[in-house]
Structure formats: structure tokens, C-alpha cells
Ligand binder design. Structure first.
Ligand SMILES: [Mg+2]
Length: 364
């Protein structure tokens, strides 16, 4: 079997009625896309893929030129070819690695379809269902503490045993953010795990002050309290707080994960298989974390994330967006009211694409 073509299909759903934001990023519109890797055997590997101009330039330019004509089942060989490839210097972090990730994930989907097996099993198959948490609790215009509490209590009522909220926006005080956390803890009760995500908002001393304010509300983890490259700051918080520190969604490859872990800057590792170098690289990161007895909980949508968590012995919990970033291109994963995603036996990544949505919104 040989790769014959690579395509990207992008769609735009336009502006959101209600923009939302975390401590750093304001989301005002929605869209998405899919990468397709075609072969001479008729098998097509697909994976979620952004369709920005830079993503298309990387994948349809340099990467495609390295992959067409190659055997798609030699995924490790193709990863090395994309990473080094002879036509460029290696890029250790950033957009090119994210572009490689979509290609790698589509190759895993292709392999699963060629073999008639689901990726989560081919990659290890440790768990046949994976815990999922609801990521929400964003800031919005007119959204006060009662509305925030209603949102997160709604996730708990839908079966989520863990929910996550945002903190760290400059528009509110530390004291107010701590009050938001207290109110949500009261609203969801003591039996639901509550994650708190600052999206790199603070310097270490500010994050330490905030961490001490919310320790009494028993957060399950405190996510990205400091800048992604502030390993010293992360290590200070790991040392000083009794709350586990989660980080890594802005880190790339096994080598980035090594530096994060070596610095003891996180208790829970969050590299994203859609960004860190793909499922191939994520599995290496998971093995590295396992050697240090660290749990791994991937950032990002559950379609690829659940396959990753299911595959490994130290997979903790899968991120899930019940409302924000909900992507209608892909039918929802099989989340049930006991708090778990049940893994599918469908070949490949098990993603059911909605072709009607693609047709109706095809834009870019
Ligand atoms: Mg996060």
C-alpha cells in the first residue's frame, strides 16, 4: 500500500452568539476540519485538523512531499521523515509539530482501518472505558457566579464525576476567582472532582497565593498556573501546595516532556496528541511519564484523547467539551451517565464524521 494524496477539508460555522474566554484567549467564532490521507488501496485515514493557512502550507507542502509514495503502515519511519526529512532543520516546538500531529493521527486511523482494528487496542488497549471530565466554566459577558454554578452543576447532573473551570482572567481579582471556586465546589458537592485551570495566567508567587486561597476547596488539580516555559515556577508550586499541579498542553514531543518532568514542574502530564507530535509521540510521552509514576491526562477533544487514555497504563482521565468547542463535524463519543466514555470497536480512531455538516459548511 502506498500514499497517493493528502487533503484538508475545512469548515467555518461563523461567529458565536456568545463569545467566551479563559485567562488569555477569547473565542469568538467556531470551525474545524479534517485531514485525509489517501492510498492506492482505497483506504483513507482521517483525523481532526485545523485548516488555517499555515497548517495547510505545512501539510500540503513540505509534509506531503515527504509522504506521497511511502508505505503508510511504517508510521515510525514517516514520523522521522516528517521531523527531520533532509529538507529542513528540525523544529522542536510549535506549529510544524502540530501539523505533524494531525498527519500522524490520520496514519493511525489508516492503519486501524487497514487492519480492521480500533487504534486504542492497537496502541495497547489497557482500558475499554475511560473516565471523562467536563471542561467548561469559561468567562462570558453577563455570566455571574449563579450562572457558572448552574453550568457546572449541570455537567455533574449529566453524569460527569469531574468538572473543570477557568480562573486567572485579569478582569477579576484573585479574591473573586477564589469565590467562584468556592461557589462551584458548593454547587457540585464534595463527591465531584473539581479541576481549576489558569491557562498560564500568573507568575509563580501570584499562583502560589491563589493556590493557597483555594486549597480548602479541595481541587482535584490546579492546571497551568504559570507560563508554559516557567518550569522553576511550576516546581515551586509542586513543592509548596498540597494540590496536584497539571501541565503540558503547551509542550511538544518526548523531549519537551522530558524537560517538564525532569524539572518536577508538574504532577499530572497533559500533552495533547493533536499538538505534541501525534499519537505516536504521545505514547512515548506516556511511557516516559509512567517510568516516573506520573499520570497522563491529554488536553483536547475526547475523540483522539480517549483512544490515547485507553491505550496506556497511566491514562488518568479524558478532557471533554460538552458546550465550548463542541465540534459538530464529529458525532459525540459514547459518554454515558456513569462518567465514562466507552471505547468503540470500530476500526481506526472510531470517529463518525458528519458528511452533511461538511457539505453544508464547506468554506475554506
Ligand atoms: Mg488547559
Amino acid at each position: 500500500m502506498r500514499i497517493t494524496d493528502i487533503k484538508i477539508a475545512g469548515v467555518s460555522f461563523g461567529a458565536l452568539d456568545r463569545p467566551f474566554w479563559n485567562s488569555i484567549v477569547r473565542t469568538t467564532g467556531s470551525g474545524g476540519g479534517r485531514i485525509e490521507i489517501h492510498t492506492d488501496a482505497g483506504v483513507v485515514g482521517m483525523a481532526p485538523c485545523g485548516a488555517s493557512a499555515v497548517r495547510k502550507a505545512h501539510i500540503l507542502g513540505s509534509i506531503k512531499s515527504k509522504l506521497v509514495g511511502e508505505d503508510p503502515l511504517r508510521i515510525g519511519h514517516l514520523w522521522d521523515r516528517m521531523y527531520m526529512g533532509g529538507t529542513r532543520k528540525p523544529v522542536a516546538k510549535g506549529e510544524y509539530i502540530t501539523s505533524m500531529s494531525a498527519v500522524d493521527n490520520a496514519l493511525w486511523d489508516l492503519m486501524g482501518k487497514a487492519l480492521g482494528q480500533p487504534v486504542w487496542k492497537l496502541a495497547g488497549g489497557v482500558q475499554d472505558r475511560v473516565a471523562a471530565y467536563a471542561a467548561g466554566g469559561y468567562y462570558e459577558e453577563g455570566k455571574g457566579i449563579p450562572e457558572l454554578c448552574a453550568e457546572l452543576a449541570g455537567y455533574a447532573a449529566a453524569g460527569f464525576r469531574a468538572v473543570k473551570m477557568k480562573v486567572g482572567w485579569r478582569g477579576v481579582t484573585l479574591r473573586h476567582d477564589a469565590e467562584r471556586v468556592r461557589a462551584v465546589r458548593d454547587a457540585v458537592g464534595l463527591d465531584v472532582d473539581l479541576m481549576v485551570d489558569a491557562n498560564n495566567a500568573w507568575d509563580a508567587q501570584t499562583a502560589l497565593r491563589f493556590g493557597r486561597m483555594i486549597e480548602e476547596f479541595d481541587p482535584y488539580w490546579f492546571e497551568e498556573p504559570v507560563r508554559a516555559d516557567d518550569f522553576r515556577g511550576g516546581a515551586l508550586l509542586v513543592e509548596k501546595l498540597d494540590v496536584p499541579i497539571a501541565s503540558g498542553e503547551n509542550e511538544f514531543t518526548r523531549w519537551g516532556a522530558r524537560d517538564l518532568i525532569d524539572a518536577r514542574a508538574a504532577d499530572i502530564i497533559q500533552l495533547d496528541p493533536n499538538m505534541c507530535g501525534g499519537i505516536s509521540e504521545w505514547l512515548k510521552v506516556a511511557a516516559l511519564a509512567s517510568a516516573y509514576h506520573l499520570k497522563i491526562s491529554p488536553h483536547g477533544a475526547p475523540h483522539v484523547g480517549s483512544c490515547c487514555v485507553a491505550a496506556v497504563d497511566n491514562g488518568l482521565v479524558t478532557e471533554n467539551y460538552p458546550t465550548a468547542f463542541n465540534n459538530p463535524l464529529m458525532k459525540p463519543v459514547d459518554f454515558r451517565a456513569d462518567g465514562y466514555i466507552y471505547m468503540s470497536d470500530a476500526p481506526g480512531l472510531g470517529i463518525e464524521w458528519d458528511e452533511d455538516v461538511f457539505r453544508r459548511h464547506a468554506a475554506r
